[in-house]
Structures are given as C-alpha cells and as structure tokens.
Ligand binder design. Structure first.
Ligand SMILES: C[S@@+](CC[C@H](N)C(=O)[O-])C[C@H]1O[C@@H](n2cnc3c(N)ncnc32)[C@H](O)[C@@H]1O
Length: 183
C-alpha cells in the first residue's frame, strides 16, 4: 500500500514465529506496528507492546491531531499497547520470557542499551531485529552484538529495502545471554 516495504519482513517473521508477545521501540506514525499487528491478527494470538518517547515533531507537520501511532488502524488496536516513555526506563519491564520477537527502530545512541537489555531478558532462540543501514554506526553496534550474543553464522543477516532507506538486520539469541556485550 505504501511502497516496496521492509516492514513486510516484520509481518512474515511475526506470522512464522507466532509469538505470544512482540515488543518494538520507535513507533513514529505506527507503520511497523501496523504490519506486526496485522500478523498477530492473522495469527489470532499475541500482543504487541510499542514504546516511543512521544516526540510528535517526528510526525508530518500538517497533521491536525498529531499522535504517535496515528496510522495504526483501529480494528487492529485490540492487541496493542502503546507506552509513551524513554525506552531506557520502559524496556526492561516489558521484555521477558514470552517475548518471541523484539524490533528496535530507535537512534543509534540508545540501540546498544536496548540490545544489552534484550540479551539479558529474552530467551535463547528468540528473534531480535533492528534497522542498521550499511556503513552506519548502528551496523557496527549490531555486528558487535551479533558476535557476542547471536547464533547467526554471519554477522549482519540483512534485508535491504529498494528505496535504500532502511536495512533490517536480524538474528537469533544464543544461550550465553549478554556475555561480552556491555552498555
Ligand atoms: C525511525 S522512527 C520509528 C519508525 C517506525 N518504526 C516506522 O515503522 O515508521 C524512530 C522513533 O524513535 C523514537 N525514539 C527516539 N528516542 C527514543 C527513546 N529514547 N525511547 C523511545 N523511543 C525513542 C522517536 O520518537 C521516533 O518516533
């Protein structure tokens, strides 16, 4: 509906994993949320908790009533909890054993802390996805994380979007928790 869309990958992963709980950080208009909620709806199970700091200046300036997540269709909101707050304080209490998929889409400055929290709190085998364009600081953070905490055989398992604006990196958490990856 929007354009060739990397968010399809989030939809497919959510459909395949059938998680009881999906967690994401970085919502803006709510497009990634909508894709994952659509998958949960088709799964007929699971909840999405989305965390955003709530800065509405990231939204289009001509919106009459600017709200984080304004694009999420109302019919999909029954499986959705939107938490407005800093991920540093919100994320630790949300991530846990039932989180099958965590998607981080926040600035690189807080990515590291989020990945460390995820590795400490999620189960081995659960999936972590983030946006890390080739050559970006986020890619370096991701590669370090992959070496320390993921079971991936390559560092950045990635899908690149056709518009070149967003690349997704994904991996499975290993058994060793956050060992060697510190904030
Ligand atoms: C790239 S946008 C998210 C895009 C969205 N996932 C999508 O599919 O369109 C990044 C978001 O991160 C949020 N953000 C920035 N710093 C944050 C923080 N410390 N905690 C939580 N959210 C934060 C911003 O408010 C912004 O909405």
């Amino acid at each position: 509906m929007f354009y060739h869309n990397w968010r399809d990958i989030l939809y497919v992963l959510t459909r395949l994993v059938r998680p009881a709980l999906v967690v994401e950080t970085g919502v803006r208009g709510g497009l990634s949320s909508a894709y994952m909620l659509s998958a949960l709806d088709h799964n007929t199970r699971g909840q999405l908790v989305s965390i955003d700091i709530g800065d509405t200046s990231v939204l289009p300036a001509d919106l009459e009533d600017p709200e984080i997540g304004w694009l999420v269709p109302h019919r999909l909101r029954n499986r959705w909890e939107l938490r407005l707050g800093d991920s540093k304080s919100e994320l630790p209490s949300v991530l846990g054993d039932s989180t099958g998929l965590f998607f981080s889409d926040v600035p690189n400055a807080i990515l590291r802390a989020e990945l460390a929290t995820a590795a400490a709190r999620m189960r081995p085998g659960s999936i972590i996805v983030t946006c890390c364009p080739v050559g970006s600081p986020a890619e370096a953070t991701w590669n370090e994380f992959a070496d320390a905490a993921l079971t991936n055989t390559s560092r950045a398992t990635r899908w690149a979007s056709e518009d070149g604006r967003s690349d997704l990196c994904a991996g499975l958490l290993g058994d060793d928790g956050p060992s060697g990856f510190e904030v």
